[in-house]
Design a protein around this ligand. Structure first.
Ligand SMILES: [Zn+2]
Length: 130
């Protein structure tokens, strides 16, 4: 293993070794999310969330999609979820599943606003963001 590969491994493992960053990644399983969505879901300050997102981004685990004034974070390679699931299984920990529409009612983000709008029109149509 080259020095570069070794250092990439360390960066990835360090990025994953944090409960809030794992929680962020669990939310991103349901698709891209903006900081305000993560803020609502995790009940943490925006500055703190941004700090954790920066670590994940530096490890190349997530990237940003810009849409007008909004910035949406997404996982660059979905194999990452397999890695997390395997480590969880390895330590005998339950998957920390986040129900996709759990906090839709309270969230100010554009995705949740759209979901609320669709829900209003036909209340049973939308149960997830997929
Ligand atoms: Zn939202």
């Amino acid at each position: 293993m080259s020095v570069d590969e070794q250092s990439t491994m360390e960066t990835v493992f360090k990025a994953l070794a944090h409960p809030v960053r794992l929680a962020i990644l669990d939310i991103l399983r349901n698709g891209e999310a903006c900081v305000c969505h993560l803020e609502t879901a995790l009940q943490q300050r925006q500055a703190y969330i941004s700090q954790q997102l920066a670590v994940l981004r530096e490890a190349n685990l997530i990237d940003i999609r810009r849409d007008g004034l909004n910035k949406f974070y997404f996982v660059t390679r979905t194999e990452l979820f397999e890695v997390i699931d395997r480590v969880r299984a390895f330590v005998g920990s339950e998957a920390n599943a986040v129900p996709p529409s759990y906090f839709v009612d309270k969230c100010p983000c554009p995705h949740c606003a759209t979901l609320r709008e669709i829900n209003r029109e036909s209340p049973l149509a939308v149960t997830s963001q997929d």
